[in-house]
Design a protein around this ligand. Structure first.
Ligand SMILES: [Cu+2]
Length: 144
């Protein structure tokens, strides 16, 4: 999964490079517009955000990304965290599948600087991840 996302990000950068090259060599206005359109869609789908897992909280606790983007969860300490889709709307957090969100089931962190990518989020909406170990360790992901 992480390899696929890495390849996707590399392809996105290559697309931007190709668009930039064709723009500088393009003689007509029509070609320039086409290059700009390609660049814009690449930057939107390549959107991603870093979220730190602190001792018992996410930082930031809410993050906004573009549709098609991902989040990089990075463990700031050696604390163990187990992350899942869920909700905390009725008090205590509980596991709950979220339609339109990537499935996250017992995603475990146990070493400092450990990084795992969740995504892509291809559906606009508000999604939630929480830590099963630490009550109140909740993350809201807003996809636009
Ligand atoms: Cu935790």
């Amino acid at each position: 999964m992480q390899k696929k996302i890495g390849i996707f990000i590399i392809l996105s950068f290559l697309l931007v490079l190709v668009a930039a090259c064709s723009r500088s060599g393009a003689p007509t206005t029509t070609a320039n517009n086409a290059a700009n359109t390609t660049t814009n869609s690449a930057s939107t789908t390549g959107n991603s955000a870093d979220v730190s897992l602190d001792s018992t909280t996410f930082s930031p606790a809410s993050v906004t990304i573009a549709k098609g983007g991902s989040i990089n969860l990075i463990n700031g300490t050696a604390m163990v965290h187990i992350i899942q889709n869920g909700t905390w709307d009725n008090g205590a957090a509980k596991s709950e599948a979220e339609s339109g969100a990537p499935a996250v089931n017992a995603l475990q962190f146990s070493t400092v600087n450990q990084k795992q990518t969740v995504g892509p989020f291809n559906t606009a909406g508000t999604f939630k991840l929480y830590c099963t170990v630490h009550p109140g360790m909740n993350l809201t992901i807003i996809v636009q």
